[in-house]
Design a protein around this ligand. Structure first.
Ligand code: NAD
Length: 479
């Protein structure tokens, strides 16, 4: 009998525009079989205890570090970014070492009891065990970091883990599989493919973490509800930055630019709307446009410059649509604004837009490109209301003359994490517990201790230390 040929997918090279990488898609049968294998391996993994698991995770970190050149090289092709790819791989290694260091202490600090109950004669002991099989679904914008950010603490907690990376950026999986072969005790493996593979995976796991767009997040939440499993969602954003009259305009311009355009703006925590006080607006705009004009594309030399190509070519169309919509409604594009096709890749220089209004897509929907729509405000209360006027509540930023002044504004912003006197700090700080608001997410924080504690199920051991009640205690006619 002939074996059924594997279904394959192709991935685009963002620098050349060529679909030059082919990979095998995991079939529903493959995913089911892998889930069975991992479920069988999980009890031994959990039985190793926190210290044993931490030791294996440290070996994983060492193996990734040793293989960093091949992983970063694959990631560089996936994303068109060189330096950021190295930072991503190193960030993944640090994340693993961080959980290996903190995990055992978190377990040691769990409250287990026994503690007395309010019910006489009863004491309570709490036992903790991990969800057996964890599943992660990841996007394409930071493929290595976001494929592992939730899986590593799940492994530390004692779960086995299936990870489905984005089909847009699959190249790093090959070198990562070679790394995993060196750490055979680790119950971690990858599911390859797109939406169908993601949906099939959800059918087999006990807990799902999803990072991606809000529209897909809703589908993941529905599928998880059908399975009655918890879903943590980390979704899109439309992050505002408020810059008050007391802020230094040149400093603010530098912070705003970096926070908006790093990784070509393809980051959930990118600043996507700027609200600047009229008193400093002119100086701010001069500095912003000056700094934007110095930003270089990483073309033709991929090792020189700041802004790489769009990873997902159709993302460039979406960004272009937002700019066209803003133009058609009367906005002024001060610099940038045109998608450039270079060597097969699609690029956009920093695009500063003024005269924006809140009926424009660029002020309401996630743009995910190096675009800075600027609103000049006279009344801080109005600016705060406008900053809160989107369906998103991921993160936000405040730049002011002092930390105290920024803090007074931060608490009024309806978002899960606020950067004060800087922007987009959530991408650099892993231990700030936060919960995304509104359509930007669902569930406990992936950052801070809850990143691991969320995977532990509590089992109550209710101990009778006295005499159990006789049946007569429940007999009728004694009230
Ligand atoms: P996406 O929603 O298109 O895809 C994300 C993942 O979901 C991919 O692996 C994809 O194959 C899978 N998928 C697609 N349809 C599915 C379905 N029906 N069921 C199950 N899985 C499915 O997102 P993207 O375009 O890859 O990533 C960009 C988005 O991710 C942006 O909105 C960005 O803001 C968001 N993001 C959020 C965070 C955060 O922490 N909040 C971080 C990074 C990116």
């Amino acid at each position: 009998m002939n074996a059924t040929p594997a279904i394959t997918m192709k991935a685009n090279n963002p620098r050349t525009g060529e679909a030059d990488y082919e990979f095998a898609v995991s079939s529903p049968g493959d995913i089911a079989a892998e889930a069975v294998r991992l479920r069988a391996a999980q009890p031994a993994w959990e039985a190793m205890g926190p210290e044993g698991r931490a030791e294996v995770l440290l070996r994983l970190a060492d193996a990734i570090e040793a293989a960093a050149p091949s992983i970063a090289a694959a990631l560089t092709v996936d994303t068109g970014r060189g330096a950021v790819s190295w930072i991503e791989v190193q960030g993944c290694v640090s994340n693993i070492r961080g959980w290996a260091a903190r995990g055992p202490a978190l377990f040691a600090g769990l409250e287990r009891g026994p503690k007395p109950s309010a019910t006489p004669g009863i004491e309570i002991v709490t036992e903790y065990s991990a969800h057996v099989l964890f599943g992660a679904i990841a996007p394409w914008n930071f493929p290595v970091i976001l494929s592992h950010i939730d899986a590593i603490p799940a492994l530390m907690a004692g779960s086995a883990a299936l990870v489905k990376p984005s089909e847009v950026t699959p190249r790093f999986v090959e070198p990562m599989r070679a790394v995993l072969a060196q750490v055979p005790e680790l119950p971690l493996s990858y599911v390859m493919g797109g939406a169908e593979a993601g949906q099939a995976m959800i059918e087999h796991v006990d807990y799902v973490c999803f990072t991606g767009s809000t529209s897909t997040g809703r589908k993941v939440a529905e599928a998880a509800a059908g399975q009655l499993i918890p879903a943590n969602l980390e979704l899109g954003g439309k992050d505002p930055m408020i810059i008050t009259a007391s802020a230094d305009p040149e400093w603010a311009a530098g912070v705003a630019l970096r926070s908006s355009i790093v990784a070509t703006g393809q980051a959930c925590q990118s600043i996507e709307r700027i609200y600047v006080a009229r008193e400093i607006a002119e100086l701010f705009m001069t500095a912003l446009i000056g700094a934007a004009s110095e930003v270089k594309l990483t073309y033709p030399d991929p090792n020189d410059g700041h802004l790489g190509p769009f990873i997902f070519p159709s993302q460039a169309d979406k960004v272009a649509d937002h700019i066209a919509d803003a133009r058609s409604k009367g906005a002024d594009v001060i610099c940038g604004g045109e998608i450039e096709e270079l060597g097969g890749g699609r690029y956009l220089r920093p695009t500063v837009i003024t005269g924006v209004t809140h009926d424009m897509a660029i002020m309401r929907e996630e743009t995910f490109g190096p675009v800075l729509p600027v609103t000049i405000f006279d009344d801080l209360d109005v600016a705060i209301a406008q900053a809160n006027y989107t369906e998103y509540g991921l993160s936000a930023a405040v730049l002011a003359g002092s930390l105290d002044e920024a803090a007074g504004i931060a608490g009024r912003l309806d978002a899960g994490a606020i950067s004060l006197q800087d922007g987009a700090l959530t991408s650099m700080v892993g231990d700030a517990t936060n919960q995304s608001r509104k359509a930007s997410g669902l569930g406990p924080s992936r950052m801070g201790d809850s990143g691991m504690l969320r995977y532990l199920r509590e089992q109550a051991h209710i101990r009778q230390t006295g005499a159990p009640l006789p049946i007569d205690a429940f007999a009728e006619g004694q009230g």
